[in-house]
Design a protein around this ligand. Structure first.
Ligand code: ADE
Length: 271
């Protein structure tokens, strides 16, 4: 079971947001647990205050170190649990990061509000600074929900087999191809002929082509990466042919080793 602890000033928001659909089912099956910890419950201020003005001036209030620290300690005790702080000042969240975090047994997600959190407590508890994109939200809660969702679906058993096929969709740097269901014609638009052909070789080729066109159009950054990778793959497969040719020539007693040291081999290949 993977445990998520979300430190927040709005526990209901994350608790309700993550209790539905696939994650709700996963929690019922004890594959994951999600608990929301109200940071305000840990303030030592008698009026329940958790924020104050910033030293050096500037607009807005800052969440103070003490309640955040005590909220973290309430879940971690003396243990060290990986702690993600959601902030626009973090590293971009990716599928790779989701995969990495899904290997943890327990995860703390810290949600900031106002202008952020006192740096000193971040230094003591935060292990990962994550942003879900280059825009500013009113608080870290929505970002924490995004991270929990993306990580939890990678926990074994959370998705059923039908659903988990789509885990692969980001794998080779391409976007997913377009998909169609019944009816065969809708609003005068027909399902592409090839998908009705039953020829899976042709269908796969069509889907790859669609993925490539779509990625080039919508995500030129991903497409450039994909093209680079394809180039290297092509180069390596050309090398493989040369190696096989060299080995066959030698084993038939046709070629001659002119020089060999470590990984470097020079072979004479007769015409
Ligand atoms: N908090 C506010 N904006 C955010 C963002 N873009 N990513 C993560 N946390 C945030």
């Amino acid at each position: 079971m993977m445990k998520f602890h979300i430190l927040t000033l709005f526990p209901k928001m994350v608790q309700q947001g993550l209790a539905t659909s696939i994650l709700g089912r996963a929690a019922e099956k004890n594959l994951i647990s999600i608990d929301a910890v109200n940071i305000r419950d840990y303030t030592q201020d008698k009026h329940g205050k958790v924020d104050d003005y910033t030293y050096g001036g500037g607009a807005g209030m800052l969440m103070q170190a003490q309640p955040v620290y005590d909220a973290y300690r309430s879940v971690a005790g003396e243990k060290k649990i990986r702690c993600v702080y959601l902030t626009p000042q973090g590293a971009p969240f990716t599928q790779k990061k989701a995969r990495e975090l899904s290997g943890e047994e327990e995860l703390v997600l810290l949600c900031g509000h106002y202008e952020g959190i006192d740096e000193r407590v971040l230094e003591e508890v935060v292990t990962d600074y994550i942003s879900i994109g280059d825009y500013v939200l009113t608080g870290g809660e929505l970002a924490a929900m995004v991270v929990v969702d993306a990580v939890a679906r990678l926990v074994p058993g959370v998705l059923n087999n039908d659903e988990s096929a789509e885990t692969e969709s980001f794998h080779n740097d391409l976007l997913e191809y377009p998909q169609y269901s019944r009816p065969e014609e809708w609003h005068g638009k027909k399902v592409p002929e090839v998908l009705l052909s039953g020829n899976h070789k042709k269908i796969n080729a069509w889907r790859l082509e669609q993925s490539e066109r779509r990625t080039e159009e919508r995500r030129p950054d991903l497409y450039a990466k994909y093209q680079e990778k394809q180039k290297v793959i092509k180069k390596l497969s050309a090398k493989k042919r040369i190696f096989i040719h060299m080995m066959e020539t030698l084993s038939r007693g046709l070629g001659e080793i002119l020089y060999a040291e470590g990984k470097n081999v020079l072979i004479y290949l007769p015409e």
